[in-house]
Design a protein around this ligand. Structure first.
Ligand code: CA
Length: 229
């Protein structure tokens, strides 16, 4: 049974969401405050988190950022304002999806199910044998450190492999060049972030059918990159 955490201060909304999710056989936990939600998220294992933006204690932006520093669990952010959704996207906090209030409970359930299906496909069942990430024609064998496009092996350098794997394992998250540089090159300094651009270009030449219209690694202008699923 999949476990869902709802962080929502409006009790009527939280209860409605819970009722609908439970009808679809999800196990649901509710937190009404941002800081409590963060603590619960970090101390327990959830399959997905539904996170409201305006919360007492700590707002959804902060909660999302802190969860993402520690966990790769899918986060669905909820906001009453369309403007906030654009802001969340721009900040690249690592939320996986966004939904604007008011929404129908059945729409919420559909989104949750879609995310769980996608997530389990990407990370596998959690068994030791599954160390392959497969997205459309792209196959990343993490154990052998090999990359295949339509079953044809492509040669990757260590850093290209690390960068591609990191992006593919964190789909739909926008990462800035600085974040990617720190993550892959393990340097705390600002360094030469142009390195990231060069590596992305080389990766695209190997995995994309059309580098001017990339289907895997998308450029988010003025922000960074996102692996599309
Ligand atoms: Ca709220």
């Amino acid at each position: 049974m999949s476990r869902i955490l709802i962080v929502e201060d409006e009790e009527a909304i939280a209860d409605l969401e819970k009722d609908y999710l439970e009808l679809s056989d999800f196990e649901v936990t509710i937190e009404n405050k941002g800081d409590d939600g963060l603590q619960t998220a970090l101390e327990n294992e959830f399959d997905l988190i539904i996170l409201d933006l305006m919360l007492p204690g700590m707002d959804g932006f902060e909660v999302c950022k802190h969860i993402r520093e520690k966990k790769n669990v899918p986060i669905l952010m909820v906001s009453a304002k369309k403007d906030d959704i654009d802001k969340i996207r721009g900040l690249g906090l690592g939320a996986d999806d966004y939904i604007t209030k008011p929404f129908s409970p059945s729409e919420l359930v559909a989104r949750v199910k879609a995310h769980l299906a996608r997530y389990s496909r990407l990370v596998g069942s959690g068994s030791e044998s599954n160390d392959v990430v497969e997205i459309r024609g792209l196959k990343i064998d993490k154990t052998a450190r090999r990359v295949y496009v339509d079953d044809i092996e492509k040669n990757f350098t260590t850093k290209e492999f690390d960068l591609l794997t990191f992006l593919a394992e964190n789909p739909n998250h926008v990462f800035t060049k600085e974040e990617l540089f720190r993550k892959i090159w393990n340097m705390d300094s600002i360094g030469d972030i142009a390195t990231v651009t060069v590596h992305i270009k080389k990766i695209r030449e190997k995995i994309e059918y059309d580098t001017s219209n990339p289907q895997y690694i998308e450029t988010i202008w003025g922000v960074g990159y996102r692996f599309k699923v």
